[in-house]
Each structure stands twice: as structure tokens, then as C-alpha cells.
Design a binder for this molecule. Structure first.
Ligand code: SAH
Length: 372
């Protein structure tokens, strides 16, 4: 029964079970696997299969994006947060977090510095800080878009009402990052306090999509309580949701959170899952995250070589960088923005890819947007 199903599904079937290589080829071909097949790949790959996975991921990303790596200038405008996510260093319940918020002028200055350095996407990211109401956000977005109409603005400001999302969109915001963190309710409850739910996160994501944003979902790899089943659920959710962006990095503990003694995610796991997502969603914008660079010195380079095509250097003023501490040991807190982009350019060049200063929209999204 199982055998005939496999034969029907795939011409490369051989023997009783699919080899990892077969599964990688099939994933590339069909852009999906079933649960047990994902499980087999997630269980671990020998070095040859691992390299084969990365090679396929690179080939697939090059079809849509060539050798280009897009940059996003991250502006961490506030570390005040009303939420209490157990993994996060800026959670409301961390009394030792030294809080800051940037003024509207400071945020604009970050964008100006970034524009001069070649950035054409600005990401406004922060804790959920009620000080920034819809009017303030809309003013900030409009000011950036008026000054730099050739730039994209990405919001990463958490769960809001549909009305707020619409207001930001009308003010000119183009993209929205809202990692779902985990699609499995049992796991969501391990990571978040009572009162936060995956249902409300999902509602936000579908609203954002419906409004017309390019939407980013994502997970932390190796977060406390995460099992293979949870990761498979997340992969299947990503396939169903069809996001334009997927943000994934390792979980890294923060000493002032309840997860201070938990283990960080593993480099290999992050790289495997990046490559799997690339094969599953060929056109997705996939960052090699700062957390990956924090976990391992050349983590971002390895991420690019596993199929990632975005980097997000920091544009926040030097004085506040270390205060936006979601996890311990965050890199790039001591340099000016110009130094950061210089360092990152060299790092990307070392991978055989190069930075492309364009806005870097999701390949599939533009076509859909204009054709339909
Ligand atoms: N308030 C916004 C932005 C959150 S910060 C929002 O809710 O979307 C961006 C991401 O950092 C989070 O979505 C989370 O996945 C990640 N993050 C938070 N704490 C982390 C940790 N300890 N290790 C790794 N990543 C973490």
C-alpha cells in the first residue's frame, strides 16, 4: 500500500524506502513532502546529503534571485514591551532591562543614514510599546516614504488590530514581519504566558495578507519544548500560508528570562531548515539572521550558502543597540552602521554572493500584485 503510493508519487522511488537524497530531489521537484518524509530529513543527514541539500537550495534561490543578497536596515525604535514572551530579553517582566525609545527625529535620522549607505528597505522593529500609537507610526512611515519614495518600509511591531494594520498600509508600509513562533498550540503555551495565543497571532497574519502586505512568518529553531513534530507543523503551515518572507534563527537564551538555563538552538538544525524552506518556497525572502551570526561566527555566511538571500544589519544608533537585547551575546552592538555594512559586505562576498542594493521585493509577489 505504502509502496504503491510512493511509486505513484515519484519516479525516483527505489527499494523499500526513499533515501535522503531521493527526498531532497522530491522536495525540490514537488515543493512539499509528507510528515514522515520531513521527519526523515529532520532526523539528521550525513555530510554528503547535507551538502546536497544546500547545493539544491542554492540552485533554487539562484533561479529567482541569482547571486543577489538583499539588505534591510533594521531600526530598533523601542525596547518597551507590554508582552511577556518567556524567551525574550525585553519582556515586560524583566525589571533589569534598561528601557529606551527613539524619537521620531531619531528614527528618521536612522533612515537618512541608511539611505546614504545604500539601504532601500527599512525595518521598524520594536517591543509592543503603546507609546507608539497609530498616529505616531503613520507619521513615521509617511515621513520615511515621502523622503525616500524608492524605499520599502517593513513593520515588525507585533499584534495589532486590523484597523491599525490598514492605517500603516495606507500610510505606505509595504511589508510586515510577524513570526508565528510556533503553530502548535501546546508549544505556543510553553513559550508564552496565559493570554497570548496562536489563534490571535494567526488572525493577525491572515489579516495582514488580506490587506496586501508582503508578510513574514517565522520560528526560532531549538526553542524550549520544540519537537520534530512541532517543526513539521510549522513547515506545513508555511506551505499553506505562502508567506513572502520567513524569518528563522536559533533560539538563544537570555539570562534575565525564565529560559536562562535552556540550551540554544543548533547551527546544523538552523541550516537544514533554512534549506528545506528554500526548496519548499522557492521565491521566499529568507534572511540569514543576526541570531545565526551570534550563535556561530560565520553563521550568516553559512546561512547564505544554505539558501538564505537577505541580511538585516542594524541601523539603530550605537548607544541603544546593546539595549535591544532579545538574547545574550548579540553581535554588532559596538559598530556604527557604516562599519556594519562594510563588514557584512565582505562576509557576503566571501560566500560567492553579493549585495544588491535594490528594494528586493519577493519575486512572486510583484507578479501577482500587478498581473491580477
Ligand atoms: N514585537 C515584535 C518583534 C519581536 S522581536 C513582534 O512581536 O513581532 C523579533 C523576533 O525575535 C521574535 O519574533 C522572536 O522570534 C525573536 N526572538 C526573541 N527572543 C529571542 C531569543 N531569546 N532567541 C532568539 N530569537 C529571539
Amino acid at each position: 500500500m505504502l509502496t504503491s503510493r510512493l511509486i505513484k508519487k515519484n519516479s525516483i522511488y527505489r527499494g523499500d524506502s526513499m533515501t535522503n537524497r531521493d527526498l531532497i530531489i522530491r522536495l525540490r521537484q514537488d515543493q512539499i513532502l509528507d510528515r514522515e518524509e520531513f521527519r526523515q530529513i529532520l532526523k539528521g543527514l550525513c555530510p554528503e546529503d547535507e551538502e546536497f541539500l544546500y547545493e539544491n537550495a542554492r540552485e533554487v534561490r539562484e533561479v529567482s534571485y541569482g547571486k543577489d543578497v538583499y539588505t534591510r536596515g533594521l531600526i530598533e525604535f523601542s525596547n518597551y514591551c507590554v508582552r511577556n514572551c518567556l524567551y525574550c530579553g525585553i519582556r515586560a517582566g524583566n525589571p533589569d532591562c534598561e528601557r529606551y525609545r527613539l524619537t521620531e527625529d531619531q528614527i528618521q535620522e536612522c533612515a537618512e543614514t541608511g539611505y546614504d549607505l545604500g539601504f532601500r528597505t527599512f525595518v521598524l522593529q520594536g517591543g509592543e510599546d503603546p507609546f507608539f500609537d497609530d498616529d505616531k507610526f503613520c507619521r513615521i512611515i509617511k515621513r520615511i516614504k515621502d523622503s525616500f519614495p524608492d524605499c520599502a518600509v517593513t513593520m515588525s511591531v507585533g499584534e495589532k488590530s486590523r484597523k491599525s494594520y490598514e492605517a500603516f498600509f495606507d500610510a505606505g508600509a509595504d511589508r510586515y514581519l510577524l513570526r508565528h513562533e510556533t503553530i502548535s498550540p501546546d508549544h505556543y503555551r510553553i513559550l508564552h504566558p496565559h493570554g497570548q495565543s496562536i489563534e490571535s497571532r494567526k488572525k493577525c497574519l491572515y489579516e495582514l495578507k488580506d490587506i496586501g502586505y508582503q508578510v513574514g512568518v517565522g520560528i526560532m529553531i531549538g526553542s524550549p519544548g520544540q519537537t520534530e513534530d512541532h517543526i513539521i507543523n510549522d513547515l506545513l503551515f508555511m506551505k499553506e500560508f505562502q508567506p513572502q518572507m520567513v524569518g528563522m534563527g536559533p533560539f538563544i537564551p537570555h539570562e534575565q528570562t525564565p529560559f536562562r538555563d535552556k540550551r540554544a538552538g543548533k547551527l546544523q538544525d538552523v541550516l537544514h531548515i533554512l534549506a528545506i524552506v528554500r526548496l519548499m518556497l522557492p521565491e521566499v525572502l529568507l534572511p540569514a539572521t543576526t541570531a545565526l551570526g551570534t550563535l556561530f561566527p560565520t553563521g550568516r555566511e553559512l546561512g547564505i550558502k544554505a539558501g538564505a538571500n537577505v541580511v538585516m544589519p542594524n541601523l539603530s544608533p550605537k548607544g541603544v543597540r546593546a539595549k535591544y537585547a532579545l538574547y545574550d551575546g548579540k553581535i554588532c552592538t559596538g559598530e556604527e552602521a557604516a562599519e556594519c555594512i562594510g563588514c557584512l559586505t565582505n562576509r557576503i562576498n566571501s560566500t560567492g554572493y553579493h549585495i544588491n542594493a535594490a528594494r528586493g521585493d519577493c519575486a512572486g509577489f510583484l507578479i501577482k500584485y500587478f498581473v491580477y
